[in-house]
Structure formats: structure tokens, C-alpha cells
Ligand binder design. Structure first.
Ligand code: SF4
Length: 383
């Protein structure tokens, strides 16, 4: 007799480490500086408690991502302990992508060897620029030289999947500065680049400075030229743009982030972490001390939970999927929702195609080259 097992559900796991050495002026992430080691140790205990509480072996886990904050402000042994706890309470794929964000100045070879030995296989360094003058201006604690030596240490420690985060549109940054940062990034020969334009978010020091007229940002035209330069130069250097801001050598696209852009399920563990499971979006208590109190008292730290209607889920699937260079699969959308993209969003699709911002291939709906520059306007049409 043959027994067919139902295929296991899959979900990524995101783990949030909310500590940084110093808060950057543009940052609106759930990140805090100035906490003592005892608070961090208590947070790690709490995170392990939450992992045990949420553990679910009915899911197959293809990706685990440590983000923040800056996960590498913790001791390497703490990150290893958290990863081992994840392994204890979830079923990880043998070839799971296990990433951590890292600050270049925390990343010495011994530290990175410990992570590699425990199974971490992808590093994402927050570099932003290699220009020390600009790094200072945005409150980063590392130098351009630290970033280059962190990449060398990562390679020596055995990492073969390394990503650098870079930024353009920084105060006082010129187009030539962006070219110089790209030159350095290319010489480091990493597998992946994330290159984001600066967004000045409300309630950040940069927002207040801009209000006072004290934030000398590049003009919109210069920023567009920077974005165009990033797209052209990364392509010439052998990176494929697979998402609006993400570029990879073949086979090194971030598997974890693609889960978000495809609107697929993921667990979110840690202070302020968001999760998307069984059609519901959830979020944890943001403050690390209150989060730790709740977890250590055996309580769930979830403070928000919303089950999305099919209409909301369709809108989010379009908004996220259009970020991908391939766009949204026509057949995949129809199979998931029982309705085609044109049946549900006919008007938004035709309008954006007419304006030259969207195009339909035989299999996908995607942004045009021009549409990439107006992505947020196009996406807003689907919500
Ligand atoms: S290092 Fe990253 S998370 Fe931390 S303050 Fe700076 S931008 Fe925010």
C-alpha cells in the first residue's frame, strides 16, 4: 500500500536583533543604541524562548535571516545559540540559506569563522558608501577600509555568498562619489549588491535637519542619474538586476527576500518583527525590554494581528511582485486567486501600459525600464 504525504508548507524565518552601536541619522528601523551587555543577553534568552514558543515542525524552512539593528553587535556565540535553537524547533532544509546582516567593523575573521562553522552561509554587510567623509555624515561607525577588510575576512572565513548594501542620494554625495563606491565594490568581487536611494523618513534626525534646511541632498535629477548609473554599471559588471534595488551574479539572488516579494509566508521572531502566516500579518511588541519581559514570562509577544481579505492579498501580491524584474506571473496569480490579473486590475494595468510604465510578456506583468523610476506610483494603483 502506498501512503502519499501531503507536501509540507514552507516559510522563511526572520529574526530581529534590535541593537546598534550608534543610531544612524536616517534610520527609522526598530533599532536602539546604548544598551548594556546584560540587556542584550536577556534579549537573546527571550528570543530563544519565542523560538521555542512558535516552533512548528509542520513547515519546511528554506531560509533563515538575521536582521536588525545590527545582529553582529552580539557575540558570535549568541548568534550561534539562536540559530541552534531555530534548528531545534523548526525543520530547516539541508541547503537552507542562512544569512545575517553584519557591520563591517564587527566582522573579524575569527568571529566570521564561528558563524560559518555553525552553518551561516550568507553575509550582508551594511557598507552604504566607501567614502569616509560621507560615512561620517550619515553616522556610520565603520570606514571604507573596514568594509573592504570585512569582505576579505569573510572570504578567508569561507563565505562564498556575500552581499554589500550601498546607498545613493546621501547628503553632499555627488554622481562621481557613487561611481567611486561602485568601482570599489566591483574590485571586492562579491556575489550580490543591494543599492538603495536614501529616503528621508519622518521622526528621524535627517527629517528634522531637512525641515531646518540643513540637509544638503542631491537634486531629484542627480538622484535619478545616480540610479541610472547604478543600473548600467552593475549590468556591465555582470550583476543582474532581479529586483528594483537588488543585483546578483547568476544564482546568488537572495532567496529570503524573494519570499517577501512573492508574498509568501514567513515567521517573524524578535522585537517588532513582522510575520505573514496563513493569510494573516502579525507584529511583535517593538520595545526590546517589554518584548523580553513578555517572552520570559511565557507570554506571546504578538501585539498586532490582521487576517487579510482576498482583495488585500491580491493588492499586496501585485505591489510586492512588481518590485521583481520578472514581475508577477500571470499563471501563478490566476492559480493562487482563481481570477486573472486583468480581471481584477484591468483598469490599472491598461492605464500603466498606456503610459509606458508596465509591460506584459507571454508569462508575466512587469515594470518597463521607465516604469522602474516611477515604481511607487505604479504600485499605488494596485492597492
Ligand atoms: S546600522 Fe542600520 S539599523 Fe542600525 S541605526 Fe544604522 S541604519 Fe539603523
Amino acid at each position: 500500500m502506498r501512503y502519499d504525504k501531503a507536501p509540507m508548507k514552507t516559510a522563511g524565518i526572520y529574526l530581529h536583533i534590535p541593537f546598534c552601536t550608534k543610531k544612524c541619522g536616517y534610520c527609522d528601523f526598530n533599532a536602539y543604541s546604548g544598551y548594556k551587555d546584560g540587556t542584550k543577553a536577556r534579549y537573546v534568552d527571550a528570543l530563544c524562548r519565542e523560538i521555542a514558543l512558535r516552533g512548528d515542525k509542520s513547515y519546511r524552512i528554506p531560509t533563515v535571516f538575521f536582521g536588525g539593528g545590527t545582529p553582529t553587535v552580539l557575540a558570535a556565540s549568541d548568534l550561534v545559540r539562536v540559530l541552534n535553537t531555530v534548528r531545534e524547533y523548526f525543520v530547516l532544509d539541508d541547503d537552507a540559506e542562512i544569512s545575517t546582516e553584519a557591520n563591517p567593523s564587527d566582522a573579524n575573521e575569527a568571529y566570521l569563522r564561528t558563524l560559518r562553522g555553525a552553518g551561516f552561509n550568507r553575509l550582508s554587510f551594511g557598507v552604504q558608501t566607501f567614502d569616509d567623509r560621507l560615512l561620517k555624515m550619515i553616522d556610520r561607525v565603520h570606514t571604507g577600509r573596514d568594509a573592504a577588510s570585512a569582505v576579505a575576512s569573510a572570504k578567508a572565513a569561507g563565505f562564498e555568498n556575500i552581499s554589500l548594501d550601498l546607498m545613493f542620494g546621501l547628503p553632499r554625495q555627488t554622481l562621481a562619489d557613487v561611481h567611486r563606491s561602485l568601482d570599489t565594490a566591483f574590485t571586492l568581487d562579491v556575489q550580490h549588491l543591494s543599492v538603495y536611494g536614501l529616503i528621508v523618513e519622518e521622526r528621524t534626525p535627517f527629517w528634522a535637519r531637512r525641515e531646518r534646511g540643513k540637509l544638503p541632498l542631491p537634486t531629484e535629477a542627480t538622484e535619478a542619474a545616480m540610479f541610472a548609473a547604478v543600473m548600467e554599471r552593475t549590468a556591465n559588471a555582470g550583476y543582474t538586476r532581479y529586483e528594483i534595488s537588488n543585483y546578483a551574479k547568476p544564482g546568488y539572488e537572495s532567496r529570503h527576500n524573494q519570499i517577501y516579494w512573492r508574498n509568501e509566508p514567513y515567521f517573524g521572531l524578535g522585537a517588532g518583527a513582522a510575520a505573514y502566516l496563513d493569510g494573516a500579518r502579525m507584529a511583535n511588541e517593538k520595545h526590546p525590554i517589554r518584548y523580553a519581559d513578555q517572552c520570559l514570562a511565557g507570554q506571546s509577544p504578538t501585539v498586532e494581528s490582521e487576517t487579510l481579505s482576498p482583495d488585500d492579498t491580491m493588492g499586496e501580491t501585485m505591489m510586492l511582485g512588481l518590485r521583481l524584474a520578472d514581475g508577477v506571473s500571470l499563471a501563478g496569480f490566476a492559480a493562487r486567486f482563481g481570477v486573472t490579473i486583468s480581471e481584477r486590475f484591468g483598469e490599472a494595468v491598461s492605464r500603466n501600459i498606456e503610459h509606458g510604465l508596465l509591460e506584459q510578456t507571454s508569462t508575466h506583468l512587469r515594470l518597463t525600464e521607465r516604469g522602474v523610476f516611477f515604481a511607487s506610483d505604479v504600485m499605488a494603483d494596485f492597492l
